[in-house]
Design a protein around this ligand. Structure first.
Ligand code: GAR
Length: 193
């Protein structure tokens, strides 16, 4: 049984969906949630689901001691970034090499990088006149949105789309596909052990 730690900064609809997906599964469980924003809805969602949640500040994130202790306590061996907006430091990318993934709400390598998150991404996609968008799940490296791409799923951008309507379609794709993609990756890791 793998123990998944989820990092999230905001609403946490993906975090909640992943927690629910793995509830009762034998392959993995979400053992903890970590957030850089104690007031973010994701913290309440985790607590309501009975999943321990740690809120940390910039100093603790850079230092790493408290975070690593929490990850140890909850036996985390796989990390998922689900709407987490801070650049991940080396102590995490090293420790979880090949076992840390992010979801990006567009088709990388376009529309990625610093400042490209949430609504900013959808606005940029529409302004660029793209006909297709989607989601990309990728490994996390020391640079924003540049790790190995694991999987992407496309959808249409409609002529009358607003950033909000596109965000809704993308969230639908995320909720449908992200947990299964994580499960596949975890099964591959388990088979290679
Ligand atoms: C998701 O759409 C995710 O792809 C995006 O933030 C949203 C979080 O939604 N992540 C990024 O933009 C990272 N660059 P949620 O809080 O409802 O899960």
């Amino acid at each position: 049984m793998k123990h998944i730690a989820i990092f999230a900064s905001g609403n946490g609809s993906n975090a909640e969906n992943i927690i629910n997906f793995f509830a009762g599964k034998a392959s993995a469980t979400v053992s903890c949630v970590l957030t850089n924003n104690a007031d973010a809805p994701v913290a309440g969602k985790a607590r309501r689901a009975g999943v321990p949640c740690l809120a940390f500040d910039r100093k603790a994130f850079d230092d790493g001691t408290q975070i690593c202790r929490f990850l140890d306590l909850h036996r985390a061996d796989y990390v998922v970034l689900a709407g987490f907006l801070w650049l991940v430091p080396g102590y995490l990318t090293d420790r979880f090499e090949g076992r840390i993934v992010n979801i990006h709400p567009a088709l990388l390598p376009k529309f990625g990088g610093r400042g490209m998150y949430g609504m900013h991404v959808h606005r940029a996609v529409i302004e660029a006149g793209e006909k297709r968008s989607g989601i990309t799940v990728h490994e996390v490296s020391r640079r924003y949105d540049e790790g190995r791409i694991i999987c992407s799923v496309e959808c249409a951008v409609m002529p009358d789309d607003t950033p909000e309507s596109l965000a809704e379609r993308i969230h639908g794709l995320e909720h449908k596909w992200f947990p299964t993609i994580i499960e596949n990756e975890i099964e591959k890791l388990a088979a290679a052990e």
